[in-house]
Write a protein that binds this ligand. Sequence first.
Ligand SMILES: [Zn+2]
Ligand SMILES: [Zn+2]
Length: 567
Amino acid sequence: MTELECLPYGVGNTDEGVCLLVRMGPHRILLDCGLEQIDALTAEAEPPADLVLCTHAHGDHARGLLALHRAFPHLPVYASEVTAQLLPLNWLDEPDVPDFCHALPWRSPVEFADGLSAELIPAGHLPGAAALLLTYATSERTYTVFYTGDFLLSNSRLAEGLPLEEMRGLKPDVLIAEGSYGTARFPHRRQQENQLAERIHQAIAASQSVLFPVPTLGLGQELLILLRSHHHFTGRAIDIWVDERIAAGCDAYLELLHHFPSSVQNFARHQSLFWDERIRPHVRRLPLDPGLRQIALSGPTPAIVLTHYDTELSQYVHASLLPWLLLVPQQPGREGAIDALTEQRIQASKSLRSLLKSGRLTLDTYLLGEHCDGIGTTQLIHNLRPQHVVLVHGPSNYLADLASLEELQNRYHLHTPLAGMRVDLPVGETFLQPAAPETQYEGELTEYEDGALVTLPPVLLTDPRWQSFADTGIVEVRWQGDSLVLRGVSQRELLNRGDEPDILPGTECCGNCIHYRGQRCWSQASSLFGFKVTPEGYCPAFSPVPPDPDAEPMDFSTNPIEREPDE
Ligand SMILES: [Zn+2]
Ligand SMILES: [Zn+2]
């Protein structure tokens, strides 16, 4: 029998949620429990696992936990402290939800049983979201499984991204990774935000109100911070209304402020993160009473409404005479196409469809990625360098796209299991693996009126080549097709280059004369002595510079930092 195996109860191909049983030697660990129905887990009288670890508070990872706890009250459930506190938002309609989840610290392995321990690593995506590093040590060998949960490499407004560089060379035996967005490729987070802000700005300028269906936690709060800090909206008399479920998420965040990134804490020092009557745009709670709600929305100026995606969206459109824009997440990698789940919800509402038909409501999509794109997923895999990669979470065709990438197939054992399919994970002692492909770095672009700032990741600075690249602090930039090639300019080039126009070597002119220094003539034999002269100038006292024996041809091809052109 192999020491490692994985039995998925739910792999999150659609909206069935994620729930994975991992066995490490004699230990059984349940990773997440996002199942709506947990019958498969309660089939036996005994609990299906020795312990449960929950990565984050989203329903597709957590909604089955309460039922599981009620079925097996002694089965311990663990998560990060923030996740433990956010979990009850999954059961807002349930009475008497007990505090059953135990909080674990960040970045500090906790031993649960003989040789079995787990460490929580911040995973971006949602406040409190963790990736898990499971370790099982025997006298012969230590086995490791890394589970990403849902993860994002870039920083979002309210959560710092997964620290990829710190994971480099971790070499777990098994990596269970989410592949929600398949091989789709996204623009940088800041650019996604700017595009969305621009779209909202346009709608409001055209006197359209904007409706966002969002989950209780995550996207809605990200949008609120974006709206409160983007220059398109700050100081403007726009009312942003939040329904009671999203408001409950906001209130839960406010209780946990001291766990948030310092940028968020700084913001919150000057104004309340969400509710502040003194600051425009105003973020307010939508009244529960339908009459008051109508009054709130019937003003002459456009409003922005954030509501839970399960609510009947047409009620908002009916409450105001202004035209509405419904903004929904796009299908990853397919601009303009609506995300499949959102599409289902729209199709299910007859009144919404008729409003769309009548033109009172228009529909548009936006991208504010909550998971990393294909580049990020492969980057994580190559950084970790596991033997096995189990891909879960995401439409099965997206996972298949990832699994068919040659750069992954050549290096790892890839698995894309369905629910109920046991995956055996034999671990080789000497696993021969081709080297990871040359790392691609992601930078950030900020555009200004008079130029652009390129910010590069700090890890580039540790490369020995950086010194010569950054020697003078001056870069030469040129287009190569659609790619922009950056090249550091060296001291020597700078000296050789000066401000002088090109003059041919060997020409009899001041620029090639031994007496020409600092743009002046220093030959006492010349009538030009002491005068400023042009390098193309000439006088009879010309005396050629002897050829430089050390001179090397100039090399313009050293270490360009270059991105592959987009396919
Ligand atoms: Zn999630
Ligand atoms: Zn998820």
